[in-house]
Design a protein around this ligand. Sequence first.
Ligand code: PAF
Length: 287
Amino acid sequence: MKIINTVREMQNHSDFSRMRERSIALVPTMGFLHEGHLSLMKDGKKRANEVVVSIFVNPTQFGPGEDFTSYPRNLDRDLALCQDAGADVVFTPKDTELYQSAYQTYINLTKLPNHLCGISRPTHFKGVATVVSKLFNIVKPHIAIFGQKDYQQLLVIRQMVCDLNFDIEIIGAPIVREADGLAMSSRNTYLTPEQRKQALCLYNSLNKAQELVNSGVIETAKIIDAAKDIISSQPEAMIDYIRICDPDTLEDVQILDKPVRMVLAVKIGKTRLIDNMMLTIESLNKL
Ligand code: PAF
């Protein structure tokens, strides 16, 4: 497994691979890898000749007062995990390699970031879209794989790829969960054992929502109220948002007459967690 720190070396490597007609899958990460990331790498191995994993805690997607400096980092452990998962290259640049002091170009989407996480984190998606487009130009992948846990991020990237004509296929991989259902996240390590138990309220409320839909409830307000009850019963849980929305535009949906995405962000103590699930209507599937 090759470890590359500079833009020039990464671009040269990819040019050489492309010249030999080797396909490249990019798995962009911020490190502190878990099973979710490893499943993206394994997926990449099946889809392409080479898997490039980027490990970069991107400063521009963190707002003031967020956890950029305390974000968990452990490069040695990450490299060992990448090696085990069969990654071919790890691209791990320094901050100054991607953002020189004269840096001034950012990518802004006009609609998708006006919902959900974009409201509580107003500059987040500008930072994500910017760094991902830079990674696309540096790694030159044929495909790029993102987890569906960051559902809004996935939509933002798909839209950006379409708008800016990147010749890259974007894959949205299923959420990987702990045995009890908690969605895997590098931020789960912030949770105390007591908070870890409480964090299950996100998954429980999504399951309750699907149960209600199965029992015939179609008013999203009722489903959201049930989720609020489950989450508010946890002493350290603070709801940022709970929404049931159109899976493409993220506009709120009032009545379920098509599959929708339920998305939520909840703080457990100081740790902000997100999760989501498609809610499907069995009766519609039978039509
Ligand atoms: O999902 C993440 O880990 C990050 O937002 C990403 C896509 C690597 C960009 O920094």
